[in-house]
Design a protein around this ligand. Structure first.
Ligand SMILES: Nc1ncnc2c1ncn2[C@@H]1O[C@H](COP(=O)(O)OP(=O)(O)OP(=O)(O)O)[C@@H](O)[C@H]1O
Ligand SMILES: [Mg+2]
Length: 268
């Protein structure tokens, strides 16, 4: 189902550098830090999953990287440029697919390519179809959004994000609203797509097993204010099976670390 497409990103140097970032919001009339002094380096082509309890500032951190919010202290750098605002280079995928209901599936994916007028229309269609095939929806290109299931909508959103060829893909709980079986299929497909594309991905989730299944690294946040409590490199071979014993053991160890308890299994 998943075609192999040449990757743009090389697995080299640092793609994203979050340096001593503090973000405050006005909560109940008081300026309150919601994330405090966070530093994180993400390598080009790395898949980083951020896990933490509700309200610890995960979405805020993603919004800062997207340039939708600005830090009070510290700075975020994409390659050699300080992030000052939103950019097509840093695309966000949300829990809700946020598709355009007046466009069909192909139209939704082609929308990403609209801002590339140098690409002739036939080539844009070809590219959009290629990304739809990659997410397993080649046959549904003429369907409208209301005709799709939740999982299919997220696939379209993924194809649309990939078609824009961002340097960094930001994903805020993209599978949270889906049923377990659909989610498991998407974990599998996303791993294959990532292996062929090697995009830099920052994915936020509540689900530690999901993070272990997808990430090169799992970053644990706690709050509040949100800080990075710990980080774990996950060097299990891909594609990973979310139901495998070794993955479950790794996830259990991380859960224990999150709760401040010692690991129950050796090695992560
Ligand atoms: N625009 C805003 N104005 C004021 N407070 C905000 C704003 N956005 C977020 N907050 C507050 O900042 C804190 C962190 O919110 P955030 O949405 O980043 O958490 P989260 O870790 O993503 O939580 P969840 O897992 O529930 O999505 C919360 O206390 C939230 O109420
Ligand atoms: Mg959130």
């Amino acid at each position: 189902m998943v075609a192999v497409v040449e990757s743009r990103a090389e697995v080299t140097g640092t793609e994203l550098s979050i340096r001593n970032v503090t973000k405050q919001f006005n909560i109940k009339g008081k300026s309150t830090p919601v994330i405090k002094d966070i530093s994180l380096e993400v390598r080009a082509g790395e898949f980083v999953c951020i896990v933490g309890p509700s309200g610890c500032g995960k979405s805020t951190l993603l919004n800062l990287v997207a340039g939708l919010e600005h830090p009070e202290e510290g700075a975020i750098w994409e390659a050699k440029e300080q992030i000052q605002g939103p950019s097509r280079d840093r695309l966000m995928m949300f829990q809700d697919a946020a598709l355009f209901p007046w466009l069909d599936v192909l139209g939704n994916v082609m929308f990403s390519l609209k801002l590339a007028p140098q690409i002739p229309k036939e080539k844009r269609i070809e590219l959009a179809v290629r990304y739809l095939r990659m997410v397993g929806l080649g046959r549904f290109r003429r369907s409208f959004v209301h005709e799709l299931s939740g999982g299919m909508k997220q696939r379209v959103a993924l194809a649309r994000a990939l078609a824009a060829d961002p340097s960094i893909l930001l994903m805020d709980e993209p599978f949270a609203a889906l049923d377990a079986m659909t989610r498991e299929q998407l974990y599998f497909d996303l791993q294959h797509i990532w292996m062929s594309q090697k995009k830099t991905v920052l994915l936020v989730t509540h689900n530690i097993r999901e993070a272990v299944c997808l990430g090169d690294r799992v970053v644990l946040m706690t709050g509040s204010p949100g800080i990075i409590k710990d980080q774990f490199e996950i060097d299990m071979p891909r594609p990973r099976d979310i139901n495998s014993v070794s993955l479950a053991q790794t996830a259990t160890n991380i859960t224990h670390a999150l709760k401040g308890a010692p690991a129950v299994f050796q090695g992560i």
